[in-house]
Write a protein that binds this ligand. Structure first.
Ligand SMILES: [Fe+2]
Length: 419
């Protein structure tokens, strides 16, 4: 049975400034997305710092599939599918740990942490069997960029660097904010489950139109100037990097105000250790510029959102069921700012956080809303007539314009039409 709409059907569902509401709610569309996006393109899985030592492992996911990221005894990072090659049981029951092997709880088959089957219980029944054909499934291609590990089930296709394209520079910008040039994902993850389609989350991450309304309460409570960055007079821009990657670039505002990462308070008085380490690493002038520009606000298609001080990983489980995995970013060799990054993350996206709860409510309301049959279309035309090209040739618009959503859907259509 072919559940994928034909090419002409995608043309009927996606226009340059409008998308059909059924794209968020039709289970057949979701199945087609698993095949054409989640099980084909590069998907962020985990970070090398989560498995620093030989035999460390952490359980991650690609869409609904459970994936074990291991570092084997040779130091290589593997992405193994959490499914026994015998009867399909999950071989790993824990979120993370350190183990040379995984033993399936059902019939005790044992797999090395590089995926090889190393033994079955009561082997007498398997005389002449070939263990080498019964290893764990693997993610076909594994590549890392500056510690961020991505996987693709497609045997060929674009390299990770080609997929990241211009958005790779945002990851460079992120790691540069660490005095040792490395990010660590060591603060632990919170999981927020929402009854909403994953694309509402994907599009919202670089939607600069909503913060002034959805997040007005946290801006008021925190007495924060961040709200102004998303106002009508802001000089910040929204950007489409191509390949579905999008950004809210606030640097023009930070540079204009000359208040280094103001909401971080990265002044020598507040964070003397961090500032002195940055100056030692980069020199006073370059360190100052890095701390003004701060970390990026970038959505790497389809599931990695670097949100300045946090990282979100989007996991779709079903057409109307998604999980947001959230953690505080940590800079290697910067304990004083890391403490602050964790505290601010708890305040904004923790269990009682004031930011993510507001967005999640919007996702679920949107999902319930699109189930109504009319009007059939979602309108994404904001700022279409004032789009510009930046110095690198990427499309940019006002921070409140829907440049990111249009970029996401253009790439989405190209992936869904591919055979
Ligand atoms: Fe938001």
């Amino acid at each position: 049975m072919n559940i994928r709409p034909s090419v002409s059907q995608w043309e009927k569902l996606i226009r340059p400034d409008q998308v059909h509401g059924s794209l968020y709610s039709d289970p057949a569309i979701f199945e087609a997305e698993l095949q054409n996006i989640w099980y084909r393109t590069w998907v962020y899985v985990g970070h090398e710092s989560e498995v620093p030592n030989a035999n460390d492992y952490v359980v991650k996911s690609i869409g609904p599939q459970s994936v074990i990221m291991t570092r084997d005894e040779q130091g290589k990072v593997n992405l193994l599918l959490n499914r026994c090659s015998h009867r399909g049981n999950q071989v790993c029951s824990y979120d993370k740990g350190n183990a040379r092997s995984f033993t399936c709880p059902f019939h005790s088959w044992t797999f090395a942490n590089d995926g090889r089957l190393v033994g079955y219980a009561f082997p007498e029944g398997y005389e002449g069997g070939d263990k080498s054909k019964l290893g764990l499934g693997r993610v076909t291609r594994v590549q890392a960029y500056r510690g961020f590990v991505f996987g693709s089930f497609a045997a060929d296709g674009p390299t990770l660097e080609e997929h990241l394209g211009g958005a790779a520079e945002t990851i460079d910008r992120l790691v540069r904010t660490s005095p040792e040039g490395e990010i660590e994902v060591t603060a632990g993850f919170l999981k927020h489950r929402v009854k909403a389609n994953w694309k509402f989350i994907l599009e919202n991450e670089c939607d600069g139109y909503h913060p002034a309304f959805v997040h007005s309460s946290i801006f008021n409570v925190a007495d924060s100037a961040i709200g102004n960055l998303y106002g009508g007079k802001s000089t910040a821009v929204s950007r489409d990097y191509g390949n579905g990657h999008t950004e809210i670039d606030l640097r023009s505002e930070f540079r204009r105000r000359d208040q280094p990462m103001s909401w971080f308070g990265t002044t020598a008085e507040k964070l003397p250790d961090y500032v002195s380490r940055m100056e030692a690493a980069y020199g006073a002038e370059q360190a100052r510029q890095i701390m003004i520009d701060g970390t990026p606000h970038v959505m790497i298609f389809p599931n990695l959102f670097i949100a300045e001080i946090q990282m979100f990983v989007i996991q779709p489980l079903a057409v109307d069921d998604s999980v947001q995995h959230v953690t505080a970013l940590q800079f290697k060799g910067a304990p004083d700012i890391n403490r602050r990054l964790r505290q601010q993350t708890m305040g904004s996206v923790g269990p009682a956080g004031l930011l993510l709860a507001d967005d999640s409510e919007m996702y679920e309301r949107c999902h319930r809303g699109v189930l109504a049959r009319s009007p059939e279309w979602i309108f994404l035309g904001r700022g279409e007539r004032r789009e510009q090209r930046d110095a690198d040739g990427f499309t940019v618009g006002h921070v409140t314009d829907e440049v990111p959503s249009r970029g996401i859907w253009r790439h989405y259509r190209s992936l869904m039409e591919a055979r």
